[in-house]
Design a protein around this ligand. Sequence first.
Ligand code: F6P
Length: 354
Amino acid sequence: MPDIHCIGICTGGGDAPGLNAVIRAAVKAAILQHNWKVIGIPDGFDGLIWLERSHELTLKDVSGILPRGGTILGTTNRGNPFKYKIVENGREVERDISDQVIANAAKLGIDATISIGGDGSMKIAQELFLKGTRIVGVPKTIDNDLSATEVTFGFDTALHTATDAVDKIHTTGESHHRVMVVEVMGRDAGWIALEAGMAGGAHIILIPEIPFTIAKICECMAMRERYGKHFTIIVLAEGIKLPPELKENRRAGAVGNLIGNAIAHRSHKEVRVSVLGHIQRGGSPSPYDRILATRFGVAAVDLIAAGGFGKMVCLQQESIRAVNFADAVGRMKSVDPNGEIVRTARAIGISFGD
Ligand code: F6P
């Protein structure tokens, strides 16, 4: 068993509902189970560059944060200590300041660190581990696209937010006989679009994993018209691959607007587009996310106590387990276009525009 007296904890990458629940659980377990001191490292690893910014987290500090969105520690997706961006002679350059970060953690008395983050944060954790740092990981992302864990916390809350939006858009779309396009997040994976689309009763779902055409989308809308449905709800993922005729315009704005314009042009229907954006990352975590985040936080502390460094906690077959960083990073989980969920959606008439 490693000799631990003090642990550090940091949150990196885009925030996700449930980060505070992990911090709270880890702080409580560290103090109540092991009597360890806990240091909160602000803004990813930035708090180890400027030491004075890191501070002790007590039970009092984590009281009341369970239902709060965001992260009390702050976060950044620009804080990779191996490729730290600084301005030198008016030019932005990348420097490896990992040695400084490791030395500063030692100065703070940190014996082991919990890094909570997505794939990028886990890559950094893996590199720090390879340099001898005692570190464990907790996965987070609303995108639910990490293959090493069945679910990441944050996804369920984002799904609730997106589904609620689709429900609301449904009623106004139906009243006005319009085509309503809802763009959701998810990076290169279609999980939020697929599940919010299904849960919200969308008629067409567009995801990065299934190529589509504007013609097929309009065919589906025309079929709905034929049986008396004069409105259509389309949920699309921000990461969809554009059909060839639209590709050149990718940079012109949110992808939902491009698709919305193309549909309006071809079908002559009235189209409205809603881009949900960061609303999906905010808000109070759902009960599911609070519980998963709490389980992950306690498991990370258990992992440190057992000396399981270089590993990330995960959910597999309903149980909390741990995988090596090496087996977790860079392995993304996409929607299976031939999988059961897509087949279920197709069986009830949902079109994927293909
Ligand atoms: O990975 C989470 C996520 O919200 C993605 O769904 C989205 O593409 C991205 O982060 C947005 O990042 P940012 O907050 O940097 O704009």
